[in-house]
Design a protein around this ligand. Structure first.
Ligand SMILES: [Zn+2]
Ligand SMILES: [Zn+2]
Length: 145
């Protein structure tokens, strides 16, 4: 795996503790959310939160990843995700907007992952999506479809 994060574990943890979310860190470092999560965990972080202002952290039980850091969970909380996702697929004619593939489609958030407005959503096939997120694990494709 890549090592060069351009940031030490200690400062990553510090930024996280200072209030940045895993999403924000991933974005600003150009890394995958999962990558940041793993790195934080390796660096000794045990408590994971999803937002700047942590809600009741006990509520994160349904998380697919330990600690409740789950996109599915986070999106499910914004009730219209399923609907918006379906609309985005419809608009994009069920085809990857990068390569035109029509299988293993994901609906990607171009910006804020909590913003499900159609302008923020883009249909991608899992390989384009994975490439976009610079992910090495094939996680996104199966989850977000
Ligand atoms: Zn995405
Ligand atoms: Zn594609």
């Amino acid at each position: 795996m890549r090592q060069d994060w351009g940031i030490t574990d200690a400062s990553l943890v510090q930024r996280y503790k200072d209030g940045e979310t895993i999403y924000e860190l991933a974005e600003s470092l150009g890394r995958s959310v999962m990558g940041v999560y793993k790195k934080l965990k390796k660096a000794g972080v045990t408590e994971f939160r999803k937002n700047r202002t942590p809600p009741d952290s006990r509520g994160a039980k349904s998380g697919r990843w330990k600690g409740g850091v789950s996109l599915g969970y986070q999106r499910a909380r914004h009730g219209n995700w399923n609907q918006q996702r379906a609309l985005a697929l419809e608009r994009d004619e069920h085809a990857c907007q990068d390569c035109g593939a029509t299988e293993k489609l994901c609906v990607h958030h171009q910006g804020d992952p909590a913003n499900h407005s159609l302008e923020n959503l883009r249909t991608l096939c899992s390989s384009c999506h994975i490439r976009l997120h610079r992910l090495h694990e094939a996680r996104w494709g199966t989850k977000e479809r």
